[in-house]
Design a binder for this molecule. Structure first.
Ligand code: ADP
Ligand code: MG
Length: 242
């Protein structure tokens, strides 16, 4: 059994069939990188894993338990799946520290002082111990995104989903966010990462999953994908990068 399993997942928006029989297994501790053209269904796949979207066919499981079952406990489930988006969505009137402590105290009922202690450790881990009392508008985009990562980690998730988390950042701020993700990977976090950062994909990814038109069209280790892709779609995608 894999930690996160997508089995024959089908998703429609009205008449539009956006995920077509998607099979994907993410092993514990693995970094699975999803790439592919715009509109291929990458965000939708992550959103289905967090039940931000419902699926119309197939099943998604975490630790063997169905996520997609209508009776699944969504709140409990979301605590075990951290998600970070392109837009940071921090609470603007709360400090970095408060942004990180909010969910553990409100959702998990953790006491304020231990939540604060853990939040400090997490902010330190993302390199922001000096910014714990800053408000989002006092932080750079890269710093805000690192707070967003710390906030997701505060729920102690089993898996982290990242959807183009560096796409909205000025180029000089991309590296600091990728570095945090790189160290998370080294610490053994299971990660499903949608990104256009091919350097990161190659270096940190254990697997490269190429999506096109709602399907997984190639699933290869990075050295295979970037040196000698198995499929024509993979070759085509690579040739456009060069
Ligand atoms: P990607 O993240 O790979 O760019 P998306 O998952 O965002 O792709 O989108 C996949 C397809 O689903 C696209 O055709 C997009 O227009 C469509 N889509 C995404 N979200 C919605 C929505 N809320 N309603 C209708 N169509 C949507
Ligand atoms: Mg997307």
């Amino acid at each position: 059994m894999s930690l996160l399993e997508f089995e024959k997942v089908n998703k429609y928006f009205g008449e539009t069939h956006v995920l077509k029989d998607v099979d994907l297994n993410v092993e514990e501790g693995e970094v699975c990188v999803i790439i592919g053209p715009s509109g291929s269904g990458k965000s939708t796949l992550l959103r289905c894993a967090n039940r931000l979207e419902e699926i119309q066919g197939g099943e998604i499981r975490l630790d063997g338990q169905s996520i997609s079952d209508p009776d699944a406990d969504i709140n409990r489930l979301r605590q075990r799946i951290g998600m970070v988006f392109q837009s940071f969505n921090l609470f603007p009137h709360k400090t970095a520290l408060e942004n990180v402590t909010l969910a553990p105290t409100k959702v998990k009922g953790k006491d304020a002082s231990s939540a604060k202690q853990e939040a400090k450790t997490l902010l330190d881990r993302v390199g922001l111990s000096a910014q714990s009392s800053s408000y989002p508008n006092q932080l750079s985009g890269g710093q805000q995104q690192r707070v967003a990562i710390a906030r997701a980690l505060a729920m102690n998730p089993r898996v982290m989903l990242f959807d183009e988390v560096t796409s909205a950042l000025d180029p000089e701020l991309v590296g600091e966010v990728l570095d945090v993700m790189h160290s998370l990977a080294e610490e053994g976090m299971t990660m499903l990462v949608v990104t256009h950062e091919m350097g990161f994909a190659r270096e940190v990814g254990d697997r490269i999953v190429l999506m096109a038109d709602g399907r997984v069209v190639e699933d290869s280790p990075p050295e295979v994908f970037f040196e000698n892709p198995k499929t024509d779609r993979g070759k085509q995608f690579l040739s456009k990068l060069l």
